[in-house]
Design a protein around this ligand. Structure first.
Ligand code: MN
Length: 414
């Protein structure tokens, strides 16, 4: 057990429905990561990647070690089609997947690009079937049957996506999954397309889906209510073996489950190691966000600049004594650095240590004397202090002390 969890009583343990399926604990790489930064991530309103950026992102994802890269939608044609073909021929370790509607020509075309996996997506909720597709449930079943049959005849990995699965009547979702299975689909993607699930509900539905169909399930969750990662993890507890993520959580509306958050949650909260090089998380997130014209919020879980920045005197003192007092994992594990920030909430120990970094020895008593000036300056500026501002305050403080001392000496001489 990691030191972030306290032991619980047997009574509490007995009531936990959250125990992971035992095979997850036994098989270290049981959970497979499918990254859709290049598809759902790029679908974000206002985001376009250049083809060079897509190639770079695919290479970085492969180096990080994701199992599958969802490279885009060939039916969009033009340069989108070209770059998917190029990614499919880069010799990556990761599987390369192309996203399709249940359209036979589009599927054939995708397979011709040389990808080894395809997703076939059809909406399964009545609202989507009736108003968006203007079809009926039977049409959906017939279409997915033909599409999967065609794809499997070409010997590629097939993911059958149930779009808007969250609002799909469960009986029909099971029928849809059963057809996919009969035609040899490799997995079904449970899409919480509009992000309206919560962990307890999605756990029950996914568990039922797996028990009834025996199909491998992939979680595709959106963050409209801030639950994308929790819902993905709940699905994994229910037995899902794939999780669809994006770098930094980029994606439609409030985004998708974030790669770095899901992986670190699996590792630290669930004790599941996935074969991912987490040390590259900051670098890849920074790259993707720049390419998307976004910035990483300072408070972003896992890779935000504030993850390892400590200002409060009590926290900074704790972290200096033992980082585990206020940090779950070490910053270098995700490519960040620890920062002790001097500001309104700092204590004298922080000031002492910070000045020592600049070769300025100061006693704890002097640091305590300097502290009110530091706090006043931070309040005045409405932010924490730059290093040079702290040094300047120190110089002023020393100059004043010396002036006072000199005045005292002069007075004594007189
Ligand atoms: Mn989506």
């Amino acid at each position: 057990m990691k030191d972030i969890k306290a032991p619980i009583t047997e009574e509490v343990a007995d009531q936990m429905v959250w125990e992971l399926p035992i095979e997850s604990k036994l098989k270290k790489t049981h959970i497979k990561i499918d990254d859709t930064t290049l598809r759902d991530g790029e679908q974000t309103a206002g985001v376009v990647f250049s083809n060079d950026e897509k190639i770079n992102i695919a290479r970085m994802l492969d180096e990080v070690g994701v199992d599958q890269i969802e490279a885009g939608i060939p039916a969009m044609g033009g340069s989108e089609r070209e770059v998917i073909e190029e990614i499919a021929h880069m010799g990556l370790d990761a599987s390369v997947l192309a996203w399709n509607r249940a359209n036979l020509d589009e599927i054939k075309d995708s397979i011709d690009l040389g990808v080894d996996a395809i997703a076939i997506s059809l909406a399964t909720s009545d609202i989507h079937i009736e108003t968006k597709l203007q079809k009926d449930r039977q049409w959906v079943l017939d279409s997915i049957r033909k599409a999967v049959e065609l794809a499997k005849s070409h010997d590629v990995y097939v993911s059958v996506n149930a779009e808007d699965a969250s609002r799909t009547e469960l009986g029909f979702l099971l029928e849809y999954a059963a057809v996919a299975k009969e035609e040899g689909a490799d997995r079904i993607r449970f899409c919480d397309t509009i992000g309206t699930m919560e962990p307890f509900r999605i756990y029950s539905i996914v568990k039922h889906l797996i028990e009834e169909t025996g199909l491998e399930v992939e979680m595709h969750t959106h963050n409209d209510f801030g639950m994308a990662v929790a819902n993905a993890i709940a699905g994994i507890h229910a037995g899902a073996t794939w999780v669809n993520v994006t770098v930094g959580g980029l994606g439609e509306r409030a985004g998708n489950a974030a790669l770095e958050e899901v992986v670190m949650a699996l590792k630290y909260l669930e004790d599941i190691e996935v074969d991912i090089d987490t040390k590259q998380f900051y670098e890849i997130t920074d790259y993707v966000m720049r390419a998307a014209g976004r910035t990483i919020p300072a408070w972003k879980p896992i890779v935000g600049s504030n993850m390892f920045a400590h200002e409060s005197g009590i926290h900074a003192d704790g972290v200096i004594k033992n980082p585990k007092t206020y940090e779950v994992f070490s910053p270098d594990e995700v490519g960040l650095e620890r920062q002790i920030v001097v500001g309104k909430h700092s204590g004298s120990k922080t000031i002492e240590l910070k000045l020592a970094e600049f070769g300025i020895p100061i006693s704890r008593e002097e640091a305590a004397e300097l502290l009110p000036a530091v706090r006043a300056k931070a309040v005045l500026l409405n932010r924490s202090l730059f290093d040079k501002e702290l040094v300047k305050l120190y110089q002023n403080f020393i100059a004043e002390k010396e002036a006072v001392a000199e005045a005292a000496v002069e007075k004594a001489v007189i």
